[in-house]
Unconditional design. Structure first.
Length: 641
């Protein structure tokens, strides 16, 4: 019997001064092998410039079919590396490079990819109580309003988002609804019913704009959102329920009305020596860029971080990839937990930035995983799935991956039902153009030719805001599939408030509509009652097989949240994860003794190898037999051994 493929195993994510081990398994049918050498390089270096090691023949690991060659080394400095293997095969020197899968080797002197690895600092740690849970992302102004002062000018809760420009042609997005901290406090028991463990708030500080990213006072909570006392109470109430609270901070730019612009102009960037023409983030005049070389900048951020530490358990850093490493390292030393906004891969990207070395951030908003899942579910793009999965799962330090939230949606993306049905959603590559995210529909040529026709685009969005009735079942089924993969993948799932009730909407501002509490108050009250009684496992009695898609989605979120919490210890450590199989018809993977299977076919398939156990999660209660997976079904099988 002939041997199979060339196989290479190595620890692709390793600490400094930790032993890096590599094992090459060569099929004997290929011939005689000697002089096996591994050549490592850093970015911009020649192969082998940093390090070369020889692999030695291992009689213990070899047999009639394969010959094994092993070696080891250590790396004293953190950073991204690539390598390939050079060897003498049948008297001729040849090269081995990485195939489609990261542990597969191919003989390639003129092509193929290098293997990748990442080294991080040996003392890098992340908080254990952030692992294995569920994030909930709240856009504060439109989540819930409670006891709002009467003197504040807000629109009624059911007002459609302001999407047209003001008479002067400017889009200000400054319509307020009055969602506040007291409103969030009033819904904490509801969030418990969703098994939420971490609450992430959009910016809460004084700002002229609704989204809060143009901050006019970093030491004042917005009067629309509440007070420091409200924030303190929210933090205390979260602690009572075992929840963590994350605040959104903006170290890259401030608002145009921030008094520091006049008081400390050296703290900002200017286009002229007289400091009269400000540098603005992406040329938005309401976002004035800080000068991160200014000593005063660090003095103030030292003060602000100390203030925030009393009211939260960590921060999310806005546009982290536009801040220099020295800023990230400064914040990292002063903050117990950081999650950074980075849309690209946090280790291997075109910018050459390495965020997960262990001194810049603990976690990243794992949009990479989220978009990978969305494209796989919507377009069944297996190639993109495998590529992104390998680049994240194999390179990210496990303790960073364990606390990195997987964002399917957020205040910067379209809503989930629209993602699954809108005809303009983008696959990874279309017509030779590579798209960072699936909802890059603003780049469509009908309104973008290098310049953006915002009104034309928003007019389209308004007309396509709601999923048509004939597409709602498809939207629900595909959204459920994406959530299932999100809740069972390495990392932490993140829910954008409103997704759990099937809210619709395309890109800002249509994705930021108010939470429709009036439609769900009765159900929410029943769920809260079950939480307080400690009988949440009876949640199905609340829904009574509802046919409303919002209620059906809410039931699913409660169901899958309870499942995840039942096995939180397993999901807390990505080293428990083992990929098995993925194609357009089936995906299968393991977490210790849990086997996850999704059947994409419309017909049943046989489960031959992982049927010795019981189904502990499924879409349909009638699915009981682990040997047969019905069409469209998703199951988790708990193996007996």
């Amino acid at each position: 019997m002939h041997g199979g493929k060339i196989h290479v195993t190595f620890n692709s994510s390793v600490k400094t001064d930790e032993r890096f081990e590599i094992n090459l398994r060569m099929p004997n049918r290929l011939g005689f092998v000697e002089d096996v050498e591994v050549l490592f390089n850093r970015r911009g270096e020649e192969p082998g410039a940093e390090k070369r090691i020889f692999l030695t023949y291992s009689e213990e690991n070899s047999n009639e079919t394969y010959s094994s060659f092993i070696g080891e080394t250590v790396f004293s400095q953190p950073g991204y590396r690539t390598f390939f293997i050079k060897l003498n095969l049948n008297g001729n020197y040849t090269e081995l490079k990485c195939g489609k899968l990261y542990n597969e080797g191919i003989i390639s002197n003129n092509g193929g990819n290098f293997w990748q690895m990442f080294v991080y600092l040996k003392d890098f740690e992340t908080p254990d109580d952030m692992k294995g849970g569920i994030w909930y992302h709240i856009y504060v102004d439109t989540f819930c309003s409670e006891d709002l002062p009467e003197n504040l000018k807000v629109v009624s809760w059911d007002t459609f988002p302001k999407w047209k420009p003001d008479p002067d042609g400017i889009y200000r997005n400054n319509q307020r609804y009055g969602g506040n901290l007291k409103g969030i406090i009033s819904k904490l028991d509801y969030l418990q019913a969703l098994s939420v463990t971490v609450i992430f708030l959009s910016p809460i500080f004084k700002s002229e704009y609704q989204d809060g990213y143009s901050i006019d006072d970093y030491e004042a909570v917005s009067k629309f959102i509440g007070s420091w006392d409200d924030l303190e109470l929210l933090h205390k109430e979260c602690k009572k329920r075992g929840m963590k609270l994350i605040l959104d901070i903006v170290p890259n730019h401030s608002g145009p009305n921030n008094p520091l612009i006049q008081k400390h102009p050296e703290m900002y960037k200017w286009k002229d020596a007289e400091k009269t023409i400000p540098e603005c983030w992406w040329d938005y005049p309401h976002l004035r860029k800080f000068d991160t070389d200014s000593d005063v900048y660090y003095d103030y951020w030292e003060k602000w971080l100390r203030l925030y530490s009393h009211y939260c358990d960590g921060v999310r850093i806005d546009v982290m990839d536009e801040l220099p490493d020295k800023v990230l390292e400064f914040i990292f030393k002063r903050t117990p937990f950081i999650c950074g906004e980075v849309w690209k891969n946090g280790v291997n990207n075109n910018d050459g930035r390495e965020y997960l070395t262990g001194n810049k951030t603990h976690a990243l908003m794992n949009y990479q995983f989220g978009n990978m899942i969305l494209r796989y579910v919507r377009f069944r793009n297996v190639e993109n799935f495998l590529k992104v999965f390998q680049n994240v799962f194999t390179l990210y330090p496990p303790m960073a991956l364990d606390v990195s939230p997987i964002f399917l949606t957020s205040h910067d993306t379209a809503r989930l039902p629209n993602m699954m049905t809108n005809p303009l959603m983008k696959d990874a590559v279309e017509n030779g153009v590579e798209y960072e995210k699936m909802c890059d529909i603003d780049k469509d040529p009908r309104w973008y030719d290098g310049n953006m026709d915002t009104l034309k685009f928003r007019t389209y969005e308004k007309g396509a805001d709601s999923v048509p009735d004939e597409d709602k079942e498809k939207a629900f089924n595909l959204a459920r599939d994406a959530i299932f993969l999100q809740y069972t993948s390495p990392g932490v799932p993140s829910v954008f408030a409103g997704d759990e009730v099937f809210m619709n909407g395309l890109i800002d501002p249509f994705n930021r509509k108010t939470f429709p509490w009036e439609s769900y108050n009765m159900i929410v009250e029943k769920l809260i009652e079950l939480v307080q009684k400690g009988t949440l496992k009876e949640y199905k009695s609340v829904f009574s097989n509802s046919e409303d898609y919002g209620e059906k989605m809410l039931e699913f979120y409660v169901q899958i949240g309870l499942f995840r919490m039942n096995y939180r210890e397993i999901f807390s450590d990505s080293r428990n994860f083992e990929p098995i199989f993925c194609d357009k018809e089936v995906i299968m993977y393991k977490w210790k003794n849990l086997v996850i299977i999704k059947n994409w076919n419309d017909y049943a398939i046989e489960n031959k190898y992982y049927s010795n156990g019981e189904i502990v999660f499924s879409y349909n209660e009638s699915t009981k037999n682990p040997e047969i997976i019905p069409g469209g079904e998703a199951v988790v099988i708990k193996l007996n051994n």
